[in-house]
Design a protein around this ligand. Structure first.
Ligand code: TUI
Length: 326
Protein backbone atom coordinates (compact mmCIF):
# COMPACT_ATOMS: atom_id res chain seq x y z
CA UNK A 1 0.00 0.00 0.00
CA UNK A 2 1.23 3.48 -0.77
CA UNK A 3 0.92 6.58 1.40
CA UNK A 4 -1.48 7.83 -1.20
CA UNK A 5 -3.87 4.94 -0.48
CA UNK A 6 -3.80 5.67 3.23
CA UNK A 7 -4.40 9.35 2.55
CA UNK A 8 -7.37 8.56 0.35
CA UNK A 9 -8.67 6.64 3.34
CA UNK A 10 -8.34 9.76 5.44
CA UNK A 11 -10.34 11.66 2.86
CA UNK A 12 -12.99 8.99 2.73
CA UNK A 13 -13.19 8.15 6.39
CA UNK A 14 -11.69 11.28 7.89
CA UNK A 15 -13.44 13.36 10.50
CA UNK A 16 -16.69 11.58 11.02
CA UNK A 17 -18.59 11.51 14.31
CA UNK A 18 -16.53 8.58 15.62
CA UNK A 19 -13.10 10.05 14.92
CA UNK A 20 -14.21 13.38 16.41
CA UNK A 21 -15.79 11.82 19.51
CA UNK A 22 -12.78 9.61 20.21
CA UNK A 23 -10.13 12.03 18.94
CA UNK A 24 -8.52 9.45 16.63
CA UNK A 25 -7.24 9.52 13.04
CA UNK A 26 -9.05 6.45 11.68
CA UNK A 27 -12.37 5.01 12.92
CA UNK A 28 -10.83 1.63 13.72
CA UNK A 29 -11.11 0.33 17.27
CA UNK A 30 -9.22 -2.62 18.66
CA UNK A 31 -11.57 -5.09 20.32
CA UNK A 32 -11.09 -5.72 24.01
CA UNK A 33 -9.84 -9.25 24.61
CA UNK A 34 -9.18 -10.46 28.15
CA UNK A 35 -5.52 -11.53 28.68
CA UNK A 36 -4.71 -10.38 25.10
CA UNK A 37 -5.42 -6.65 25.07
CA UNK A 38 -2.73 -5.14 27.31
CA UNK A 39 -0.95 -1.76 27.29
CA UNK A 40 1.51 -2.92 24.58
CA UNK A 41 -1.20 -3.84 22.06
CA UNK A 42 -3.43 -0.89 22.93
CA UNK A 43 -0.57 1.61 22.59
CA UNK A 44 0.46 0.13 19.22
CA UNK A 45 -3.08 0.49 17.86
CA UNK A 46 -3.45 4.04 19.20
CA UNK A 47 -0.03 5.01 17.82
CA UNK A 48 -1.15 3.55 14.47
CA UNK A 49 -4.09 5.95 14.32
CA UNK A 50 -6.87 3.75 15.74
CA UNK A 51 -8.23 3.39 19.27
CA UNK A 52 -6.32 0.87 21.35
CA UNK A 53 -8.18 -0.70 24.25
CA UNK A 54 -6.91 -2.37 27.40
CA UNK A 55 -9.21 -5.19 28.50
CA UNK A 56 -9.75 -5.21 32.25
CA UNK A 57 -11.27 -8.70 32.06
CA UNK A 58 -10.83 -10.31 35.46
CA UNK A 59 -7.48 -8.57 36.03
CA UNK A 60 -6.66 -7.94 39.71
CA UNK A 61 -6.94 -4.17 40.40
CA UNK A 62 -3.21 -3.73 41.14
CA UNK A 63 -2.27 -5.28 37.78
CA UNK A 64 -4.78 -3.07 35.94
CA UNK A 65 -3.45 -0.04 37.81
CA UNK A 66 0.02 -0.86 36.43
CA UNK A 67 -1.25 -1.34 32.84
CA UNK A 68 -3.00 2.04 32.99
CA UNK A 69 0.19 3.73 34.21
CA UNK A 70 2.26 1.90 31.59
CA UNK A 71 0.18 2.92 28.57
CA UNK A 72 0.84 6.60 29.32
CA UNK A 73 4.55 5.88 28.85
CA UNK A 74 3.89 4.20 25.48
CA UNK A 75 1.52 6.66 23.80
CA UNK A 76 0.20 10.17 24.07
CA UNK A 77 -2.78 9.26 21.91
CA UNK A 78 -6.34 8.49 23.00
CA UNK A 79 -6.83 4.97 24.33
CA UNK A 80 -9.63 3.07 26.00
CA UNK A 81 -10.35 0.64 28.82
CA UNK A 82 -12.92 -2.13 28.45
CA UNK A 83 -14.87 -3.18 31.51
CA UNK A 84 -16.53 -6.58 31.36
CA UNK A 85 -19.60 -6.04 33.51
CA UNK A 86 -19.91 -9.71 34.49
CA UNK A 87 -16.51 -9.58 36.15
CA UNK A 88 -16.29 -9.49 39.96
CA UNK A 89 -13.64 -6.76 39.55
CA UNK A 90 -15.80 -4.52 37.31
CA UNK A 91 -16.38 -1.92 40.03
CA UNK A 92 -12.64 -1.71 40.76
CA UNK A 93 -12.02 -1.14 37.06
CA UNK A 94 -14.55 1.73 37.06
CA UNK A 95 -12.70 3.40 39.95
CA UNK A 96 -9.35 2.91 38.20
CA UNK A 97 -10.79 4.49 35.03
CA UNK A 98 -11.73 7.50 37.18
CA UNK A 99 -8.34 7.60 38.92
CA UNK A 100 -6.37 7.45 35.66
CA UNK A 101 -8.76 9.74 33.77
CA UNK A 102 -9.05 7.12 31.02
CA UNK A 103 -10.33 8.97 27.92
CA UNK A 104 -12.70 6.23 26.69
CA UNK A 105 -14.39 3.33 28.45
CA UNK A 106 -16.13 0.54 26.56
CA UNK A 107 -18.33 -1.94 28.41
CA UNK A 108 -19.40 -5.48 27.57
CA UNK A 109 -21.70 -8.22 28.76
CA UNK A 110 -24.28 -6.02 30.45
CA UNK A 111 -25.92 -2.63 30.68
CA UNK A 112 -23.65 0.19 31.88
CA UNK A 113 -26.04 2.70 33.50
CA UNK A 114 -24.01 2.92 36.72
CA UNK A 115 -20.71 3.17 34.81
CA UNK A 116 -22.06 6.07 32.74
CA UNK A 117 -23.37 7.85 35.87
CA UNK A 118 -19.99 7.54 37.58
CA UNK A 119 -17.67 8.33 34.65
CA UNK A 120 -19.51 10.72 32.32
CA UNK A 121 -19.37 13.65 34.80
CA UNK A 122 -15.56 13.20 34.81
CA UNK A 123 -15.46 13.62 31.02
CA UNK A 124 -14.91 9.93 30.28
CA UNK A 125 -16.59 8.88 27.03
CA UNK A 126 -18.53 5.67 27.62
CA UNK A 127 -19.22 3.44 24.61
CA UNK A 128 -21.11 0.24 25.43
CA UNK A 129 -20.91 -2.92 23.35
CA UNK A 130 -24.46 -4.08 22.64
CA UNK A 131 -25.85 -7.14 20.89
CA UNK A 132 -29.45 -6.08 20.14
CA UNK A 133 -31.52 -3.05 19.15
CA UNK A 134 -33.20 -3.14 22.57
CA UNK A 135 -29.81 -2.84 24.30
CA UNK A 136 -28.81 0.01 21.95
CA UNK A 137 -31.96 1.98 22.72
CA UNK A 138 -31.57 1.38 26.44
CA UNK A 139 -27.93 2.52 26.63
CA UNK A 140 -28.70 5.58 24.50
CA UNK A 141 -31.28 6.58 27.14
CA UNK A 142 -28.69 5.88 29.83
CA UNK A 143 -26.43 8.47 28.16
CA UNK A 144 -24.01 6.44 26.01
CA UNK A 145 -21.98 8.61 23.59
CA UNK A 146 -21.94 5.92 20.88
CA UNK A 147 -22.51 2.16 20.67
CA UNK A 148 -20.50 -0.77 19.42
CA UNK A 149 -22.96 -3.14 17.73
CA UNK A 150 -21.42 -6.60 18.00
CA UNK A 151 -22.80 -9.39 15.82
CA UNK A 152 -22.64 -13.09 16.59
CA UNK A 153 -19.74 -13.59 14.17
CA UNK A 154 -17.50 -12.08 16.87
CA UNK A 155 -15.28 -14.11 19.16
CA UNK A 156 -15.80 -14.56 22.88
CA UNK A 157 -19.12 -13.84 24.59
CA UNK A 158 -21.72 -13.08 21.91
CA UNK A 159 -25.38 -12.32 21.30
CA UNK A 160 -27.56 -14.06 18.72
CA UNK A 161 -27.96 -11.55 15.89
CA UNK A 162 -25.69 -11.36 12.86
CA UNK A 163 -23.55 -8.29 12.25
CA UNK A 164 -25.39 -7.37 9.05
CA UNK A 165 -28.89 -7.55 10.55
CA UNK A 166 -27.78 -5.93 13.80
CA UNK A 167 -25.91 -3.00 12.22
CA UNK A 168 -28.71 -2.16 9.78
CA UNK A 169 -31.31 -2.15 12.55
CA UNK A 170 -29.24 -0.39 15.22
CA UNK A 171 -28.27 2.44 12.84
CA UNK A 172 -31.96 2.80 11.98
CA UNK A 173 -32.96 2.96 15.66
CA UNK A 174 -30.51 5.22 17.46
CA UNK A 175 -29.12 8.64 16.54
CA UNK A 176 -25.76 8.23 18.31
CA UNK A 177 -22.78 6.96 16.25
CA UNK A 178 -22.62 3.20 15.66
CA UNK A 179 -19.41 1.20 15.47
CA UNK A 180 -19.76 -2.28 13.98
CA UNK A 181 -18.00 -5.35 15.39
CA UNK A 182 -18.06 -9.04 14.52
CA UNK A 183 -16.80 -10.57 11.28
CA UNK A 184 -14.68 -7.65 10.10
CA UNK A 185 -11.00 -8.11 9.29
CA UNK A 186 -10.36 -6.11 6.13
CA UNK A 187 -11.33 -3.06 4.08
CA UNK A 188 -14.23 -4.86 2.44
CA UNK A 189 -15.79 -5.54 5.82
CA UNK A 190 -15.20 -1.93 6.83
CA UNK A 191 -16.92 -0.65 3.71
CA UNK A 192 -19.85 -3.02 4.27
CA UNK A 193 -20.26 -1.70 7.82
CA UNK A 194 -20.22 1.89 6.53
CA UNK A 195 -22.78 0.99 3.85
CA UNK A 196 -25.09 -0.14 6.68
CA UNK A 197 -24.74 3.21 8.40
CA UNK A 198 -21.88 2.51 10.80
CA UNK A 199 -19.23 5.20 11.31
CA UNK A 200 -16.52 2.97 12.72
CA UNK A 201 -15.43 -0.63 13.07
CA UNK A 202 -14.07 -2.67 15.93
CA UNK A 203 -11.83 -5.67 15.23
CA UNK A 204 -10.51 -8.21 17.70
CA UNK A 205 -9.37 -11.30 15.80
CA UNK A 206 -7.18 -9.42 13.31
CA UNK A 207 -5.39 -7.55 16.10
CA UNK A 208 -4.54 -10.82 17.89
CA UNK A 209 -2.12 -11.25 15.00
CA UNK A 210 -0.56 -7.82 15.48
CA UNK A 211 3.20 -8.04 15.97
CA UNK A 212 2.85 -6.03 19.21
CA UNK A 213 0.27 -8.43 20.64
CA UNK A 214 1.68 -10.50 23.50
CA UNK A 215 -0.66 -13.49 23.00
CA UNK A 216 1.31 -16.75 22.76
CA UNK A 217 2.54 -17.67 19.25
CA UNK A 218 0.50 -20.90 19.43
CA UNK A 219 -2.65 -18.75 19.80
CA UNK A 220 -1.69 -16.61 16.79
CA UNK A 221 -0.98 -19.75 14.76
CA UNK A 222 -4.46 -21.12 15.56
CA UNK A 223 -5.98 -17.94 14.11
CA UNK A 224 -3.71 -18.01 11.06
CA UNK A 225 -4.50 -21.70 10.38
CA UNK A 226 -8.26 -21.27 10.87
CA UNK A 227 -10.90 -21.28 8.15
CA UNK A 228 -14.52 -20.13 8.11
CA UNK A 229 -15.73 -23.25 9.90
CA UNK A 230 -13.06 -23.39 12.60
CA UNK A 231 -15.09 -21.80 15.40
CA UNK A 232 -17.92 -23.18 17.51
CA UNK A 233 -20.22 -21.61 20.10
CA UNK A 234 -20.47 -23.26 23.52
CA UNK A 235 -21.97 -22.02 26.77
CA UNK A 236 -25.63 -21.75 25.72
CA UNK A 237 -26.60 -23.76 28.80
CA UNK A 238 -24.79 -21.32 31.09
CA UNK A 239 -26.55 -18.39 29.43
CA UNK A 240 -23.22 -17.04 28.17
CA UNK A 241 -22.61 -18.26 24.64
CA UNK A 242 -18.90 -18.01 23.79
CA UNK A 243 -17.29 -18.45 20.35
CA UNK A 244 -13.91 -20.22 20.27
CA UNK A 245 -11.80 -22.18 17.84
CA UNK A 246 -12.76 -25.89 18.00
CA UNK A 247 -10.32 -28.00 20.01
CA UNK A 248 -10.24 -30.57 22.81
CA UNK A 249 -11.50 -27.91 25.25
CA UNK A 250 -14.62 -27.00 23.23
CA UNK A 251 -15.27 -30.71 22.57
CA UNK A 252 -15.22 -31.53 26.28
CA UNK A 253 -17.21 -28.41 27.17
CA UNK A 254 -19.92 -29.34 24.63
CA UNK A 255 -20.02 -32.92 25.92
CA UNK A 256 -20.55 -31.68 29.46
CA UNK A 257 -23.36 -29.40 28.27
CA UNK A 258 -24.97 -32.17 26.18
CA UNK A 259 -24.92 -34.55 29.13
CA UNK A 260 -26.46 -31.86 31.36
CA UNK A 261 -23.57 -31.85 33.80
CA UNK A 262 -24.21 -29.56 36.81
CA UNK A 263 -23.64 -25.92 35.88
CA UNK A 264 -21.17 -25.43 38.73
CA UNK A 265 -19.11 -28.29 37.33
CA UNK A 266 -19.11 -26.82 33.78
CA UNK A 267 -18.22 -23.40 35.19
CA UNK A 268 -15.33 -24.90 37.09
CA UNK A 269 -14.11 -26.74 33.98
CA UNK A 270 -14.09 -23.46 32.01
CA UNK A 271 -12.26 -21.49 34.67
CA UNK A 272 -8.73 -20.39 33.79
CA UNK A 273 -8.90 -21.80 30.27
CA UNK A 274 -8.58 -18.48 28.41
CA UNK A 275 -5.38 -17.71 30.30
CA UNK A 276 -4.09 -21.22 29.53
CA UNK A 277 -4.48 -20.57 25.79
CA UNK A 278 -3.34 -16.93 25.63
CA UNK A 279 -0.50 -16.93 28.18
CA UNK A 280 0.69 -20.56 28.34
CA UNK A 281 -0.03 -21.37 24.70
CA UNK A 282 -2.06 -24.48 25.54
CA UNK A 283 -4.33 -24.18 22.52
CA UNK A 284 -5.70 -27.73 22.86
CA UNK A 285 -6.94 -27.64 26.46
CA UNK A 286 -7.42 -23.87 26.60
CA UNK A 287 -10.13 -21.53 25.29
CA UNK A 288 -9.01 -20.03 21.95
CA UNK A 289 -11.60 -17.25 21.60
CA UNK A 290 -11.80 -16.03 18.01
CA UNK A 291 -14.29 -14.59 15.56
CA UNK A 292 -15.61 -16.38 12.47
CA UNK A 293 -13.46 -14.14 10.26
CA UNK A 294 -10.24 -15.89 11.43
CA UNK A 295 -9.98 -17.55 8.00
CA UNK A 296 -9.11 -14.14 6.55
CA UNK A 297 -6.26 -13.47 8.99
CA UNK A 298 -3.16 -14.96 7.43
CA UNK A 299 -0.15 -13.26 8.90
CA UNK A 300 1.39 -11.39 11.80
CA UNK A 301 2.06 -7.73 11.00
CA UNK A 302 2.48 -4.45 12.92
CA UNK A 303 -0.73 -2.81 14.15
CA UNK A 304 -0.04 0.33 12.13
CA UNK A 305 0.28 -1.73 8.95
CA UNK A 306 -3.01 -3.52 9.68
CA UNK A 307 -4.79 -0.19 10.11
CA UNK A 308 -3.28 1.49 7.05
CA UNK A 309 -3.91 -1.57 4.89
CA UNK A 310 -7.59 -1.64 5.85
CA UNK A 311 -8.11 2.09 5.33
CA UNK A 312 -6.35 1.97 1.94
CA UNK A 313 -8.35 -1.07 0.86
CA UNK A 314 -11.68 0.40 1.94
CA UNK A 315 -10.95 3.66 0.15
CA UNK A 316 -9.97 1.90 -3.09
CA UNK A 317 -12.97 -0.34 -2.92
CA UNK A 318 -15.39 2.51 -2.32
CA UNK A 319 -14.46 3.77 -5.79
CA UNK A 320 -15.05 0.32 -7.31
CA UNK A 321 -18.43 -0.01 -5.63
CA UNK A 322 -19.41 3.41 -6.95
CA UNK A 323 -18.54 2.28 -10.47
CA UNK A 324 -20.84 -0.76 -10.12
CA UNK A 325 -23.76 1.64 -10.07
CA UNK A 326 -22.68 3.62 -13.10
O1 TUI B 1 -18.28 -9.07 26.26
C1 TUI B 1 -18.04 -9.39 25.12
N1 TUI B 1 -17.19 -10.38 24.79
C2 TUI B 1 -16.52 -11.15 25.70
S1 TUI B 1 -16.54 -10.99 27.38
C3 TUI B 1 -15.56 -12.31 27.53
S2 TUI B 1 -15.06 -12.93 29.08
C4 TUI B 1 -16.24 -14.11 29.35
N2 TUI B 1 -15.81 -15.36 29.44
C5 TUI B 1 -16.69 -16.33 29.68
C6 TUI B 1 -18.03 -16.09 29.83
C7 TUI B 1 -18.50 -14.82 29.70
C8 TUI B 1 -17.59 -13.81 29.45
C9 TUI B 1 -15.23 -12.81 26.33
N3 TUI B 1 -15.78 -12.14 25.32
N4 TUI B 1 -18.62 -8.76 24.09
C10 TUI B 1 -19.56 -7.71 24.28
C11 TUI B 1 -20.92 -8.23 24.41
N5 TUI B 1 -21.79 -7.70 25.20
N6 TUI B 1 -21.45 -9.29 23.77
C12 TUI B 1 -22.73 -9.40 24.22
C13 TUI B 1 -22.94 -8.37 25.10
C14 TUI B 1 -24.09 -8.01 25.84
C15 TUI B 1 -24.92 -8.98 26.39
C16 TUI B 1 -25.99 -8.60 27.18
C17 TUI B 1 -24.35 -6.66 26.10
C18 TUI B 1 -25.42 -6.29 26.88
C19 TUI B 1 -26.23 -7.25 27.42
O2 TUI B 1 -27.24 -6.83 28.19
C20 TUI B 1 -28.07 -7.82 28.70
C21 TUI B 1 -28.59 -7.40 30.01
O3 TUI B 1 -29.81 -7.22 30.05
O4 TUI B 1 -27.77 -7.27 30.91
Amino acid sequence: MTDDDANRGVVMFGANRVTKLLNIKYPIIQGAMAWVADADLAAAVSNGGGLGIIAAGNMPPDALDRELSKIRTLTDKTFGLNIMLLSPTAQDAVELAAKHRVPVVTTGAGLPGKVINRLSPLGVIVVPVIASVTHAERVRKQGASAVIAEGMEAGGHIGDITTMALTAQVTASVDIPVITAGGIADGRGMLAAFALGAEGIQMGTRFICAAECNAHDNFKKKIIDANERSTVVTGHLLGHPVRCIKNKFTQMFAEMEDSHAPIAEIDKFGSGKLRAAVVDGDVENGSVMSGQIAGLVNKVQPAREIIEEIIGEAARLAGNVNRRFE
